[in-house]
Design a protein around this ligand. Sequence first.
Ligand code: G3P
Ligand code: CA
Length: 326
Amino acid sequence: MKAFSLAAVCLCALIVTGCGGSDDAPAQPQVIAHRGASGYLPEHTLGGYELAIRMGADFIEPDLQITKDGALVAIHDDTLNRTTNVATLFAQRNGGYKVADFTLAEIKTLTVVPTGTGKVSYPGFVPSATSPFTVPTFQEVVDFAKKQSSAAGREVGIYPEAKQADPVMEDGILKTLNANGYNGTSKVFIQSFSDATLRSLRTKQIAQNNKMPLILLGVATTAADGSVRMGVTGATGVQPLTLKDVASFNEGVGVLINNTTYPVTKAFIDQAHAAGLKVHGWTFAQADATLAAAEFRKYLDMGMDGMFANYPDLAVTTRNAYVQGK
Ligand code: G3P
Ligand code: CA
């Protein structure tokens, strides 16, 4: 049944986007595979990214950390123990398992394990990668997206997140993207929770004459007088930035959904659009198909431009029906 569902979603995606791919297709809300198809397979793995692509996701999302020897790797946490078998292979270092305390060669010996509703396999899906459930480097994610784009006949976007507010991270992301031919017309977004990181990235992009779109992550704030701001979360709490300020260094915002303190409203999305900003939402994590569809619809109806989804097939199904007016 699951294998049939996967085929149906892929076929549906082709009908909506056209066999030539989505590069020149009219703008439609984008499905961003949050940490890959993380509701089904181990997060941030080539296997998980591939399943998401097969399900019709527009983007795969590598969160990035830096190894001891300076490599960028796709992993969410700054530690290895939640998502890998590191504790069975290595002793703790400096009291834990920080990515920054392990070399790339050591990290490459690890297996990424499923978390949450994830499993080690998905019915009817055979990963094409030789090692589908190891920690990939950012370069390997880029290579994989390009290979999968050729195989799928459409451009698979990448949406890297700088998980460290660190110039080394900024430089590594830009160096990799520049070296692989990404530019302002590519299907790419660079995201961060740090406005300082994004401001720095924009300055560097301008110096390099290659402006790829940037997305600021945070919360949607609404003041007592109804005015909206982009809330940047940090050590000192939520710092509100005007949308005009955000638009001065950035192309969009990624906002937390389903939060009672900071609800995403249509007014926020409308005003962000008026400021020239795209609005993406995170994280769509509802596993029940009916409840998920209702949740996607709620935000699509408000004008949301992109959805980070743990179950990309559910997002694609609802998005496709939405753009078809169903
Ligand atoms: O990047 C958007 C969303 O992924 C932020 O949450 O913690 O999963 O990176 P996180
Ligand atoms: Ca992320």
